[in-house]
Design a protein around this ligand. Structure first.
Ligand SMILES: C[S@@+](CC[C@H](N)C(=O)[O-])C[C@H]1O[C@@H](n2cnc3c(N)ncnc32)[C@H](O)[C@@H]1O
Length: 177
């Protein structure tokens, strides 16, 4: 009951700006199915093709991650934790704002198998709270692939932006952060 209360409070305190969801064309372009979406809305079905979804009531950061993971995390102060969890997990695709100066983004750029800097701004799908709003991304999007299968799928989207394979210079780059 304690955990339920805490998570109910968390829902109230969650900024509405996180309730924007990945549009279907992204998954059509990737042509991949996922085993897990660890950050999914609690009050609406998404088009994410994942067989298991965690919501804020589960707290996807505390639950086990398995298989091929799709990650479009809640943005904000917790973004680094979600991205670092994905880096540790090592299999899946993460879609995040392209904040190339941030330490978490630099870590992902050096730990991923490949990445795609998407051209233009993605129109995200509004959640219940944002139905009346137009999607206005505050930044561009980068997608990180972890693992060869995911990198292969991301490469199929390379006409959507700038696709780069990681040259694994992580040790060198980490020393700059
Ligand atoms: C940017 S949306 C992306 C939703 C979905 N993953 C997608 O790609 O369309 C992030 C979602 O994470 C949910 N969320 C926030 N905190 C969470 C947590 N601790 N555990 C699981 N989900 C959470 C939010 O409610 C929101 O629906």
């Amino acid at each position: 009951m304690d955990g339920f209360f805490t998570n109910t409070e968390a829902v109230k305190n969650t900024h509405k700006s996180v309730e924007w969801y990945t549009p279907a064309w992204v998954f059509e372009a990737l042509g991949l199915e996922f085993d897990l979406d660890p950050s999914s809305p609690h009050d609406m079905e998404t088009v994410v093709p994942a067989s298991k979804k965690y919501t804020i009531f589960d707290d996807g950061l505390k639950k086990p991650w398995f298989g091929r993971v799709w990650l479009n995390p809640p943005y904000g102060k917790d973004t680094p934790m979600w991205i670092r969890r994905m880096i540790d997990h090592g299999e899946g695709i993460a879609l995040v704002f392209s904040r190339t100066d941030a330490a978490w983004c630099q870590e992902a750029m050096t730990a991923c198998t490949s990445m795609l800097f998407v051209a233009g701004r993605i129109n995200f799908v509004p959640g219940r709270e944002n139905q009346h709003k137009k999607s206005r991304s505050g930044a561009g999007t980068v997608m990180f692939a972890f693992g060869e299968a995911c990198a292969g799928a991301l490469k199929k989207m390379s006409d959507r932006g700038v696709y780069l394979e990681c040259d694994r210079q992580s040790e060198k780059l980490h020393s700059l952060i």
